[in-house]
Write a protein that binds this ligand. Structure first.
Ligand code: UGA
Length: 463
């Protein structure tokens, strides 16, 4: 797999966005993006800088906020591109109507969560598809309906297509139906949207596939790899991609837990060297508290349920999921080992978002850890540069919140680094010496502390 491009500076972005080829290619195209989460909003903000784009989301509060140029979540560079796109005509609405559906490209980017049984919940997808179908009756043009949301294999043709066709409409005649999975990461959503490492377009006929790939080819100036395939393969690719990355993380976390017990070893050294083998690759080998977020946990689970449903026992994916669920215990066990009795101990948790550069705490391992610490009757105080508001919605007054990464340490019995925010790397030894008991558990091994008064434990470093 090609490396993700390095983060570009604004100057490079501007040069790209002012590119006349991009302007010409998309200027006359009408584009609708339905579902304005990380994927939909990044896409709308990117394409909206030059094309005629309308974003749709059922959440009125979100729409009002977006109309004034304020993103509903923190994502680097999003606000900048959003405001620019709004000046270029990007607009938003909470209603799907005929005009929206008659766009050249209608991207569906609604959420596909999992239900209580661990199966994919297609409610949003079904509702939006039914709504689109109603408004497609008697259309003069033939819109391309593009499924960007992550859906289990077979969904586009077996679930979405019949809904879209229900008003006597025919796929490939009245509309085209494509599967175009997204690979962007939260925290670098704009960068990944502007420079995707691959574009996968799945469809049922060459004409419909070409319409979209030609559009992408001009936007991305032929630099990107554009892969044409059928809908179901595109759906499998998305799950395979996420499941493989999740597998790498559970794998390296297992190695970290072994290193933890072997004095003289460091999981980062092991990862660095095995990563030099091109068959392995050096990315996604950072051991830590386990993967979180709105994608890997949900997608691995949905793949497990799907595999079971079609009669395949997914032993490997079960192991990936279970390894991930148990990884938080590696951290808790270190706390217990060094503090013995946890009752009334003051524990500082640094980092609440599931990864750096986002305020998203969905499936964050930090939230799991705080819950475990509360169960052990600890006195928990937390810090995060962006995710305090979201965390407050979960724990309210059950824990304390600190505005400063240094103050959160004062009087503490143990500090746990959970999210590798850049600013935590700037913490000095004197900050940790403010602790009552300077025990530091670094689940991401981002600190370098050598003061003898500080007991530094890096997850995956044997001592
Ligand atoms: C992930 C994929 O990386 C994207 O390609 C995909 O488009 C997205 O899911 C999706 O399906 O929507 P994301 O969840 O935003 O993106 O974040 P990642 O950077 O993949 O991180 C996921 C979790 O894995 C985080 O908790 C992170 O801390 C953890 N992680 C990642 C590790 O513990 N070690 C690593 O080496 C890498």
């Amino acid at each position: 797999m090609q490396n993700y491009p390095k983060d570009n500076d604004s100057e490079q972005y501007n040069r790209f966005l002012n590119n006349s080829i991009l302007q010409k290619a998309v200027h006359n195209k009408k584009i609708a993006v339905i579902g304005l989460g990380y994927v939909g909003l990044s896409l709308a903000a990117f394409l909206g800088n030059k094309a005629n784009v309308i974003g749709v989301d059922a959440n009125k509060k979100k729409i009002n906020s977006l109309l004034s140029g304020v993103p509903p979540f923190y994502e680097p560079k999003l606000e900048y591109y959003l405001k620019r796109a709004i000046r270029n005509g990007l607009t938003f609405t909470d209603q799907i109507n005929k005009e929206i559906v008659s766009s050249d490209f209608v991207f569906i980017t609604v959420g596909t969560p999992i239900d209580n049984d661990g199966k994919i919940d297609l409610t949003n997808m079904r509702d939006v598809s039914a709504n689109i179908s109603e408004h497609m009756i008697n259309l003069k043009n033939r819109p391309s309906i593009i499924i960007k949301s992550t859906v289990v294999p077979g969904t586009t043709m077996r679930v979405i297509k019949p809904i879209l066709e229900k008003n006597k409409l025919r796929e490939s005649v009245d509309f085209d139906l494509l599967t175009n999975p997204e690979f962007l990461r939260e925290g670098s959503a704009m960068q990944d949207t502007i420079s995707p490492h691959v574009i996968v377009v799945g469809g049922s006929n060459n004409e419909s596939i070409r319409k979209l790939t030609n559009f992408y080819r001009i936007i991305y100036k032929k630099k990107q790899d554009i892969v044409e395939t059928n809908n179901v393969t595109a759906e499998v690719i998305k799950y395979a991609n996420n499941a493989f990355l999740a597998t790498k993380i559970s794998f390296i976390n297992s190695i970290a837990n072994i290193c933890q017990k072997l004095p003289g070893t460091n999981v980062d050294k092991v990862a660095q060297i095995i990563g030099m083998d091109p068959r392995i690759g050096n990315q996604f080998l950072k051991a830590g508290p386990g993967y979180g977020g709105s994608c890997f946990p949900k997608d691995v689970q949905a793949l497990i349920s799907f595999a079971n449903e079609i009669g395949y026992e997914p032993i490997l994916f079960d192991a990936v999921k279970n390894t991930n669920s148990l990884q938080v215990n590696a951290i808790l066990n270190l706390v217990k080992h060094h503090l013995r009795d946890l009752k009334n101990k003051k524990i500082s948790v640094l980092g609440l978002s599931f990864k750096e550069n986002t305020d998203d705490i969905r499936e964050s391992i930090s939230v799991k850890l705080v819950n475990l610490l509360l169960r052990h009757k600890c006195d928990v105080i937390v810090h995060d540069p962006k995710a305090i508001d979201n965390t407050y919605q979960v724990f309210r007054e059950k824990i304390k919140y600190s505005k400063s990464a240094s103050d959160v340490l004062a009087g503490s019995d143990c500090a746990i680094i959970m999210t590798p925010w850049e600013k935590y790397k700037d913490l000095k030894e004197k900050d940790f010496l403010k602790m009552r008991n300077p025990l530091v558990i670094d689940s991401r091994r981002i600190l370098k502390l050598s003061n003898r008064k500080i007991l530094y434990i890096g997850l995956g470093i044997g001592n």
